[in-house]
Write a protein that binds this ligand. Structure first.
Ligand SMILES: Nc1ncnc2c1ncn2[C@@H]1O[C@H](COP(=O)(O)OP(=O)(O)O)[C@@H](O)[C@H]1O
Ligand SMILES: [Mg+2]
Length: 368
């Protein structure tokens, strides 16, 4: 660890939002009152579809958007009325927003210079940050002479050079190609392990969320659907919205009806034993459906529609009741060519949701 790592780790701050809301007018409530606490040093990913309010939330924390109500406390200080520069946050945007006419050194050093830091100290700080980010050999170049990944690193360098306790990222990897996104993801995870700043990272990409987050905050129309570890989000989704947002392909959701003893699909086939009556939504992940009539789950018959071979596994699509279910089969599993497919739904892998609200009904099958 160098001095910068230690300074940032020491500055890592709790963020507490209480009743924070954003409305442009009475009809345009982007964020209804929100209560949430982000722990010091934690990496939180805010995940949700486009337009759900992710950037708005981040900008209210940063101070680039005013709150319409509520309080934001960072490191024990109420900050919602403070200027961005007094909040101890640094932000990295999707489009980097580097100064094109300035060198890498000057881009990283800019905020230090504005704050009046003496030149020898600036050189030392920028040197340490550049070393941390693998930019030492590029300090004299202009942003236009760098690759996308290097530019992204300069943007991160510029953010961390002031030793912020809070790092805010708004879709910072969206402009990069697939390989670079992957590499930068790994770099960001490493950087966070090293400097330990409280980090809030906004994305609509579930893979980024699953791989980077200590906890994922899933946002739907400005409301928190679930805020939990990637594992819990994946295995115990709190709602149909979460279940369908995570996983590729996402969880299958099927309408079912209970008669007090069994749950039936729309076509009348029994899909589970359960003492439930009325309408529900049943969830099962593609990788949890087994092909063939063995094991201890309920077996249903479906019509195979198509298959996609992805090398490591195949995705099958089959018609079941009034729905299409997707099944992920591991490499090497024999799939019968004829169109009738027996599917086994293990009871321990089933998820049940309210038909109306979409909220999870835990323990419906004893297992989850
Ligand atoms: N100045 C504004 N006036 C009215 N609505 C706005 C304004 N800025 C953003 N919005 C709305 O707020 C919602 C959330 O936007 P945003 O936070 O950018 O979403 P995200 O980052 O999740 O894509 C969107 O529906 C957007 O249309
Ligand atoms: Mg946005």
């Amino acid at each position: 660890m160098n001095a910068i790592d230690m300074a940032i780790r020491a500055a890592a701050a709790n963020i507490t939002l209480s009743g924070v809301t954003k409305a442009y007018d009475a009809e345009t409530v982007v964020i209804p009152p929100m209560d949430v606490e982000l722990r010091a040093g934690e990496f939180t990913v805010v995940l949700g579809p486009s337009g759900c309010g992710k950037s708005t939330l981040l900008q209210m924390i940063a101070g680039l958007e005013r709150v319409s109500g509520g309080t934001i406390v960072i490191g024990g200080r109420q900050v919602q009325d403070l200027e961005p520069k007094h909040r101890g946050c640094a932000m990295v945007f999707q489009n980097y927003a580097l100064y094109p006419h300035m060198s890498v050194f000057d881009n990283i050093a800019y905020s230090l210079k504005v704050s009046g830091m003496a030149k020898p100290e600036r050189i030392e700080r920028v040197g340490a940050v550049a070393k941390m980010l693998g930019l030492s050999d590029f300090l004299g170049r202009k942003p236009g002479q760098l690759s996308g990944g290097q530019r992204q690193r300069v943007a991160i360098g510029r953010a961390i050079v002031r030793e912020p306790g809070v790092l805010l990222f708004d879709e910072p990897l969206s402009n990069l190609d697939a390989q670079l996104r992957h590499d930068m993801r790994v770099e960001l995870a490493e950087l966070h392990r090293r400097i330990g700043a409280t980090t809030v990272f906004v994305t609509h990409d579930q893979v980024e969320a699953m791989t980077l987050a200590d906890r994922i905050l899933i946002l739907n129309k400005g409301r928190i659907e679930q805020f939990d570890t990637p594992k819990a989000i994946y295995h115990q989704p709190a709602s149909v919205f979460v279940a369908k947002f995570i996983g590729a392909p996402p969880m299958n959701i099927l309408p079912v009806t209970g008669d007090g003893a069994v749950l039936r699909l729309a076509d009348g086939q029994v899909v589970a034993q359960a003492r439930l009556t009325g309408a529900y939504q049943l969830g099962i992940r593609p990788e949890d459906i087994l092909i063939g009539g063995t094991a201890n789950g309920q077996v249903v018959t479906s019509a195979l529609r198509f298959r996609e071979d992805l090398g490591s596994h195949a995705i099958l699509a089959a018609e079941l009741g009034s729905s299409v279910v997707r099944i992920a089969t591991p490499f090497g599993v024999e799939i019968p060519d004829h169109s009738q497919l027996s599917l086994n739904f293990p009871a321990s892998r089933l998820h049940l949701f309210d038909a109306e609200s979409g909220k999870a009904i835990p323990s419906a099958f004893g297992a989850n």
